[in-house]
Design a protein around this ligand. Structure first.
Ligand code: TXA
Ligand code: MG
Length: 354
């Protein structure tokens, strides 16, 4: 066990102790969890393989999963990537700092461990003021995956980071709740047209607006067809201990099928949870069988609300010791694509169409 320090960022003195502590730990090769606008990251000096190794150990992350390198200045790109296409600068101009990770041909100076041996590297400039100031003060590029134990939902607040990583990292910086709530969009710029490898905080529509054309990784399209698949090992990310089912096509006018599912679960002695939009929750409550737990994700009309609550909701399933969870599916438009990607993964692609 390591001693894990914890500090809250004092926004009235944003350059206070917590930031200096974080920056100096990063410089001497330690591990620091810090807030970003998407989710919390677990950072280490990207150019120091011993430091990066500590990230994999703390998370229990498989070594074949590459890390995103975070930077504060565009000039740092030249140390990390080569043959940067002009379109990269257009995207940086538009979306950085922000939730877009660009996959570029890797500079030979980037350690193998960071890229998992790939010849590309993922890079992003986060928009959170604490993350940016931390990177500026540390004066090194920072490799940072989400600050959760491998397989768990990404943490969107300092306490969820502590719950996963206490005793495993040097410092947890608490900067309050994350704004976006889902991770960055990962966009591969080594192919033409650019390819979305992971939907996230920047939407496909936003990218098409700038690029004209983008393609979706075929693996994503497969997952999005809506047919239940057997949950393979690689699909168990974000999964609570409960069995999660995503329900598509819910109509607030008749929720009797949901009522039946809750009753069936209760009869078997299982603890049942519902993750619903506010519209559905309102129609369900008071009219149908009571679940053991109900979490309102946000309004159907405000996918940013749903994204913001999603990972906390998935973590709450474990905290409430649920056995069965029914989660309402949303439209795949805009941020909905990222939301449905995470939800269907959490469900191991168990999807029910009504
Ligand atoms: O919003 C985010 O991206 C957060 C915050 C902390 O910045 N970070 C994050 O990192 O979500 P992580 O490690 O949990 O997810 C990184 C994703 C993984 O799916 C990884 O496979 C992919 O990005 N990735 C990283 N480098 C890549 C590369 N060179 N080629 C393809 N995929 C890459
Ligand atoms: Mg992650």
């Amino acid at each position: 066990m390591k001693k894990t320090h914890y500090c809250k960022v004092d926004y009235s003195h944003p350059l206070g102790n917590c930031l200096f502590k974080g920056a100096s730990i990063l410089r001497w090769g330690g591990t620091v969890a810090f807030p970003t606008e998407t989710v919390y990251g677990l950072g280490a000096n990207a150019l120091n393989p011993q430091a990066v190794e500590k990230i994999f150990q703390a998370k229990g992350r498989p070594a074949d999963n590459p890390l995103i390198v975070h930077i504060a200045w565009e000039e740092e790109l030249d140390k990390l990537a080569i043959h940067i296409p002009p379109v990269a600068y257009l995207l940086m101009e538009t979306f950085w700092p922000g939730p877009l990770t660009l996959v570029l041909p890797r500079h030979p100076g980037v350690p193998d461990l960071v890229t998992a041996g790939l010849d590309t590297v993922g890079i992003r400039m986060p928009a959170h003021p604490v993350a940016l100031t931390l990177l500026e003060k540390a004066r090194v590029p920072v490799a940072a995956p989400s600050a959760n134990l491998s397989g768990k939902p990404s943490p969107t607040n300092g306490l969820d980071v502590l719950r996963d990583l206490v005793g495993k990292v040097d410092l947890v910086m608490d900067g309050g709740p994350s704004k976006v709530g889902v991770e960055s969009t990962v966009l591969d710029l080594t192919v033409d047209p650019p390819m979305i490898l992971r939907p996230g905080g920047i939407t496909q529509e936003q990218l098409v607006h700038i690029l004209g054309q983008v393609q979706l990784d075929p693996a994503l399209q497969e997952g999005a067809v809506g047919q239940p698949k057997s949950p393979g090992m690689k699909y168990t990310h974000y999964a609570p201990k409960a069995q999660v089912t995503v329900i598509q096509g819910m109509e607030t006018s008749d929720l009797s099928f949901l009522n039946d599912l809750v009753i069936q679960g209760r009869r078997k002695g299982q603890r049942v949870g519902l993750l619903l939009t506010s519209e559905t929750a309102q129609a369900y409550r008071g009219n149908y069988a009571k679940p053991h737990y109900l979490e309102v994700l946000g309004s159907r009309r405000k996918p940013e609300e749903i994204a913001n609550h999603l990972f906390r909701a998935l973590r709450n399933c474990d905290r409430n010791r649920l056995d069965l969870v029914y989660a309402e599916g949303v439209s795949e438009e805009g941020l909905g694509m990222a939301i449905m990607n995470r939800l269907t993964k959490a469900a191991g692609y168990r999807i029910l169409q009504v």
